[in-house]
Unconditional design. Structure first.
Length: 635
C-alpha cells in the first residue's frame, strides 16, 4: 500500500466512523427518549404528561427529549473536537506532557530528540514537537495532530528510561507511520466523536451522586431511576464506542509495526520494545487520562481491555508478526532499575560515528518517487543520521534556538545563487535592523558553504523552535519572506519552494483543523500545467531543453494534457504560484499520484539527478504535502 492508498484508506475509515457514529447516536437517542418518557409517565402527576403522551398521541415531549439528546451528543462531540483543534501539542499537554526544550542537555531527552529529528529528515516532514509524559512510568508513546505541520510525538518516562536506542527508534518509527498514513486526524476525530457517545454515562453518574442529597422521596426515586437508566444507556454507548475504536485501530497498528521495520531494516527494535512491555510490571499503563479516551492513539493499549474491545492486537500476536519464532512463554520479567541504569549509560556515551550515505540513482524516478512517498526505508534513515550528525554546529544550534531559528528561516529564503541576495539582505537590514541583518548574512554564508543537501533538513529541524515565537512575529515573518522572493521581480523556483514550505507549515500549524475546499476540474488542470511549466523552466538554458522537460511531464498526466503546448507567455508571480499550489492541494489522491509522476518525469527527463535537483524535487514535493524521503543523488 503506497502513501496515496494509505491516505484513501484513512478517509474510508473516517467515513465508516461517521456512519457508525450516526447509528450509535440514533440508538442512544431512541433509548433515552423511551427511558425519560417512561419515567415521566411512571412518576409524573398525570397532569400535562399523560398516558396518551407516553403512547405518542401527543409527540411533543418525546420529540423534545429526542432532539435534546441528539443535540447533547453532537454538541459534546463538537466541544471536545474543538478543544483539540489547536493540534497535537494540545493533546500531549492535556495528557501531562512536558515539551522537550530545544537546548536540552539531559542525555536521554537529547537521544529522543535526535531520533525524532532523524526520522523526520528521513520522512521529509517538519520535525514535530517532542513531549515526555513525566508522570507515566509505563512504556508507551503516541503521535497526535491534524497535519504533519502541527504533529507532536510524546513518549512516557518509562519508554525514555527503559528502551535502548534501537527500541526507541522502532517506537518512534511506528509513530511516524501514523503521522505519514493520515492516522492522526482520524485518532483526534475518534477522541471527539466517542466522547459525545460516552457523555450519557458521565451525566448518569452525576445524577446518581446528586440523588443522595435529595430530601424529597419521590424526587430521589426519580433521580435514581434516571441515573441508573442513563448509566446503563451510557454503558451501551461505551460498548459501541469500544467496538468502533477496535474496528478502526487494530489493523492500522499492524501496518504501523510493519512500517517501523521497513524504516529501520530490523525487527529487533520494535519487537524488543513490545517484549519489554510484556515483561515490565507496569506494562504500557497510562494513569494521567482515561484509557477509554486515548487507548486507540497509543503505542501500547495503556490499560487492560478484553480482546473484544482492545484497540490493539494482543501483544504476543504483534510480536509474532515481527518475530515468528516468538512464544508467549519467552517473555521475561525485567529489572526496571537495572535496565534504566544501563540505558542512561548508553545515552551518555557520545559517539562520533555517523553512517555514510549510500549513493542511489533511481532507475525510474517517477515510479520511485510514488513508491517512496510516506515510506522511508533504512537507507533514508541512515542518510538522515548522517545529515543530522554533520550539520555545522552553528547552524544546528541556530535551528534549536527560538531567537536564531527566526533569523535562520529568513536566511534559508535568500537566493542561494547570489543573483539577488545583496538586494534581499539590504531589505532584511531595513526591516530587522543592522545587528540582526548581520546574523542573517552570517547564517546565509554558512548555509551556502554547507551545501544544498542540508537546506531542507535544517528548515525541518527549525520548526519546533520557530513555532514558539509569538503569532505577531510569525505573521511579520511571512510578510518579510514574501517580499524577499519578490524583490527582483523574478521568481526562482528553488527560492519559492523554501518560502512556500515555511509559510504553509506556519499557517497549518496555526490552524491545523482547517480543511481544503474542492476545486473545479478546469482549475486543477490549469494549475498543474502552470506548475509543470515553471518546473521545466528551472535549470535549463535553452527552449528546446525546457520544451523536452515540459513534454516529459505532461505525457504522464493523460490525454487531456497533451493539448497544452510549450511556450506560455503567462507572467509567473508569487501570488500565481501560491494559488496554483493551493489548488493542487485539493486534488484527490489519484490526481496527486499522477501529478507526482509528472513532477518526476519533468525533473528527470535528461536521466540525471544532481544534488541540487534532488533538493529541489523534495522542496517541490514538500510544498505539495508529499512527504518525500531524500533522493540520494549519484555523484
Amino acid at each position: 500500500m503506497n502513501f496515496f492508498a494509505a491516505q484513501d484508506e484513512a478517509r474510508r475509515a473516517s467515513r465508516r466512523l461517521v456512519f457508525a457514529y450516526v447509528i450509535a447516536t440514533l440508538v442512544i437517542v431512541v433509548a433515552v427518549t423511551w427511558l425519560l418518557t417512561a419515567v415521566t409517565y411512571a412518576f409524573g402527576d398525570y397532569g400535562y404528561y399523560t398516558y396518551g403522551d407516553y403512547l405518542g398521541a401527543d409527540p411533543t415531549f418525546p420529540a423534545a427529549v429526542a432532539l435534546g439528546t441528539a443535540l447533547l451528543i453532537v454538541l459534546t462531540s463538537a466541544s471536545k473536537t474543538m478543544a483539540l483543534s489547536s493540534g497535537g501539542g494540545q493533546v500531549a499537554r492535556q495528557l501531562g506532557g512536558t515539551l522537550v526544550s530545544a537546548d536540552v542537555r539531559d542525555p536521554l531527552r537529547r537521544r529522543l530528540r535526535n531520533v525524532v529529528e532523524e526520522m523526520a529528515i528521513a520522512s521529509g516532514v517538519p520535525v514535530p514537537e517532542i513531549y515526555v509524559l513525566e508522570q507515566e512510568s509505563g512504556i508507551n508513546a503516541f503521535a497526535a495532530g491534524y497535519t504533519q505541520s502541527d504533529a507532536a510525538v510524546a513518549v512516557t518516562r518509562g519508554a525514555l528510561e527503559l528502551l535502548d536506542r534501537n527500541e526507541l527508534q522502532g517506537v518512534i518509527a511506528h509513530e511516524f507511520s501514523h503521522i505519514l498514513n493520515g492516522d492522526m486526524r482520524l485518532n483526534i476525530r475518534l477522541m471527539g466523536i466517542l466522547f459525545g457517545i460516552m457523555a450519557l454515562a458521565i451525566i448518569g453518574r452525576f445524577v446518581l451522586r446528586g440523588a443522595r442529597h435529595v430530601d424529597d422521596g419521590r424526587a430521589a426515586v426519580i433521580a435514581l431511576a434516571l441515573g441508573f437508566g442513563l448509566v446503563t444507556l451510557g454503558g451501551i454507548g461505551m460498548f459501541q464506542a469500544r467496538i468502533i475504536k477496535a474496528g478502526v485501530s487494530r489493523q492500522r497498528e499492524y501496518l504501523a509495526d510493519a512500517s517501523a521495520v521497513q524504516f529501520t531494516r530490523q525487527t529487533g527494535g520494535i519487537a524488543g520494545a513490545l517484549k519489554k512491555i510484556g515483561g515490565y510490571n507496569k506494562s504500557s499503563r497510562i494513569t494521567a487520562a482515561d484509557p477509554e479516551e486515548v487507548s486507540h492513539m497509543l503505542f501500547g493499549t495503556g490499560a487492560r481491555l478484553s480482546s473484544l474491545f482492545a484497540t490493539h492486537p494482543p501483544l504476543h500476536e504483534r510480536i509474532q508478526a515481527l518475530d515468528p519464532s516468538f512464544k508467549a512463554s519467552d517473555i521475561q520479567q525485567i529489572d526496571a532499575h537495572e535496565v534504566a541504569q544501563s540505558i542512561r549509560e548508553e545515552a551518555s556515551a557520545v559517539s562520533s560515528l555517523t553512517p555514510s550515505p549510500v549513493p542511489v540513482t533511481p532507475t525510474n524516478l517517477p515510479d520511485a518517487m510514488v513508491e517512496s512517498v510516506g515510506k522511508p526505508e533504512a537507507q533514508h534513515v541512515e542518510y538522515a543520521q548522517h545529515v543530522r550528525g554533520t550539520i555545522p554546529a552553528s547552524l544546528y544550534d541556530a535551528a534549536h534556538s527560538t531567537d536564531l531559528a527566526y533569523l535562520l528561516s529568513v536566511a534559508l529564503v535568500v537566493d542561494p545563487s547570489g543573483s539577488s541576495s545583496d538586494r534581499q539582505l539590504s531589505l532584511v537590514r531595513d526591516q530587522l535592523g543592522e545587528q540582526r541583518a548581520n546574523i542573517v548574512r552570517r547564517l546565509f554564508a554558512e548555509l551556502s558553504a554547507a551545501g544544498a543537501e542540508y537546506r531542507l533538513p535544517i528548515l525541518d529541524v527549525s520548526f519546533p523552535a520557530l513555532k514558539q515565537r509569538p503569532v505577531e512575529e510569525l505573521d511579520f515573518l511571512v510578510e518579510l519572506v514574501t517580499r524577499l522572493i519578490e524583490v527582483d521581480g523574478n521568481i526562482d523556483l528553488y527560492e519559492f519552494c523554501f518560502y512556500r514550505i515555511l509559510v504553509s507549515n506556519l499557517r497549518r500549524s496555526a490552524k491545523p483543523a482547517a480543511r481544503e475546499r474542492r476545486a473545479k476540474r478546469k482549475d486543477l488542470q490549469e494549475a498543474a500545467i502552470d506548475f509543470l511549466s515553471v518546473l521545466a523552466d528551472y535549470g535549463h538554458d535553452t527552449d528546446d531543453e525546457r520544451r523536452a522537460a515540459f513534454e516529459s511531464g505532461i505525457e504522464t498526466l493523460g490525454p487531456w494534457a497533451r493539448e497544452f503546448g510549450w511556450g506560455s507567455d503567462r507572467k509567473y508571480t508569487v501570488a500565481l504560484l501560491d494559488h496554483s499550489l493551493d489548488v493542487l492541494l485539493r486534488l484527490n489522491n489519484e490526481g496527486k499520484e499522477s501529478l507526482l509522476r509528472a513532477i518526476g518525469a519533468t525533473a528527470a527527463h535528461d536521466k540525471k539527478i544532481t544534488t541540487i535537483e534532488a533538493g529541489l524535487i523534495r522542496a517541490v514535493c514538500a510544498s505539495l504535502d508529499f512527504p518525500l524521503p531524500p533522493i540520494l543523488a549519484s555523484k
